[in-house]
Design a protein around this ligand. Structure first.
Ligand code: PNS
Length: 166
């Protein structure tokens, strides 16, 4: 059984994340999408909201599980008996940070590999922070996130946004 962890903040999950998770589900027997409980970041959505949203949008994938974790991703990978950590690369600027994390993780636990997938070109500009910024000003995020996330963003920003309809 080959298991991979797809870790992230997922605040919120975007179509870019879903592309990587879907492709990971083709390669590995089991994918664990793991929401990091980072005490430093100030998220828009709570951990429970992010987990629930991910469970909702990934319900059609029988070999994908959604969970949350605290601490180091690599320790969580060992705990879950995963062979690898999957990360998506969008742009060259992602590389430096991901390279640093992959080498640090390898130093910590050499049995766990980090595997990278290049994002689809048409999704390469999408980030959770850009999605939140657009949504906070009432911009349309329909092509950037799944419908459930668009709905949840509308609820979060309902006090001062005017979303495009139709
Ligand atoms: O979606 P994000 O915010 O880019 O995800 C980053 C995440 C959560 C994958 C990364 O920060 C992480 O693995 N955090 C857990 C702590 C850890 O293992 N840090 C890396 C040590 S080099």
């Amino acid at each position: 059984m080959r298991t991979v962890i797809c870790p992230g903040s997922f605040d919120p999950v975007t179509n870019g994340h879903l592309d990587i998770i879907g492709r990971a589900a083709h390669i590995f027997d089991k994918v664990i999408v793991a929401v990091s409980r980072n005490p430093v970041k100030q998220p828009l959505f709570t951990i429970q909201e992010r987990v629930d949203i991910l469970k909702g949008v990934l319900a059609g994938y029988p070999n994908v599980e959604v969970d949350s974790f605290s601490g180091l991703t690599v320790n969580y990978a060992v705990e879950r008996k995963a062979q690898a950590i999957m990360k998506g690369l969008r742009v060259i600027s992602d590389f430096e940070n991901e390279f640093r994390m992959a080498l640090t993780n390898k130093k910590l636990v050499c049995e766990v590999e980090t595997v990278f997938l290049m994002t689809k070109a048409e999704l390469s500009f999408i980030s959770s922070s850009a999605v939140k910024e657009v949504a906070s000003y009432g911009g349309c995020v329909r092509e950037l996130v799944p419908p459930l996330v668009e709905q949840k963003l509308k609820e979060k920003f309902k006090d001062y946004r005017v979303f495009e309809e139709g």
